[in-house]
Write a protein that binds this ligand. Sequence first.
Ligand code: TXA
Ligand code: MG
Length: 343
Amino acid sequence: MTKILKIRNESDFEKIRIAASVIKKGGLVAFPTETVYGLGANALDVNAVKRIFEVKKRPLDNPIIVHIANKMEIYQLSRDVPSYAKKLIKKFWPGPLTLVLKKAEIVPKITCANLDTIAIRMPDNKIALTLIKEAGVPIAAPSANLAGKPSPTSAQHVIQDLYGKIDIIIDGGPTRIGIESTVINLTASPPVLLRPGGITFEQLRKFLPKLGIHPSIKGEFLKEHAISPGMKYRHYAPSAEMVVIEGEHRNVRRKINELVQIYKKKKKRIGIITTSEFSYDADVIKFIGKTPASIAKNLFRTLREMDDEKVDLIIAEGVKEDGLGLAIMNRLRKASSFNVINV
Ligand code: TXA
Ligand code: MG
């Protein structure tokens, strides 16, 4: 049985308390963050974390982010916090930035998938922060979707994937940012961006001038590069086949029109994800916003909606790769299994 708790804000204290007591007892609670919904358990409880992997059908070699409510908790979870990490924390926490650091002894191996490192973040969401505080333990939480599915940006998405499999789903409304946190590896020298997200590369570069970009982010999918285990799995994927068209806007439109004609002849049901309000001759057209912030917010919901529409092929327009665009393009490429056409 899964209990759904509708919570408007952090003053709905009684309900958050119920959820916190479930975490303390080793249960699983899905909760909103500013990025996407997380599936939380006590990060220090081996059996609770094991259940996260089971219900998500997550491969055991993909480590989980640990969420804290107080910046100082980082010293409990990591044995080495470099001085530049402190600057990042001061500037970006609470917020969508995850730091990979050397792990401390008290964190069980399963949480970090047997690595010597741990990913930590402090979410910028009052419900999440209150839940962590009340539980009194750090909360391990991957995105609350079945492995491989688009990340959940509303409680409804969590219900679709996990209802009946977990103890509580907190419904705190749609999430503000819509794509996951930025992950950077501070144990590498120089530090490396492992996953672009809510905090942009440009923002981070001001603090870490030498920050590198992991090659897999843009789709150079070499095995030896897959140091963040999350990188090697198919991700965010809708059931339909998907293709991303990147390039200058006019060329993108022309290419999409061409593909639409080809697939129509094959009697395929076609869905198009557009950022331009340009109309196409397709079965389903979803406008996902013009600004990078609105595109990020609508992206995962739109991928799920395309599945509901039972399209055979999703064609997505690419966006410019600066700012949040880097994270948006990373998710689109992954959703399409790197089925990308440059025009
Ligand atoms: O915004 C977010 O980060 C959301 C919310 C719920 O906080 N969480 C999230 O978790 O997206 P998940 O599990 O879906 O993605 C975590 C990513 C994975 O790519 C994983 O491989 C990477 O972080 N990661 C976790 N621990 C790591 C470590 N020790 N070293 C390298 N990468 C790590
Ligand atoms: Mg995920």
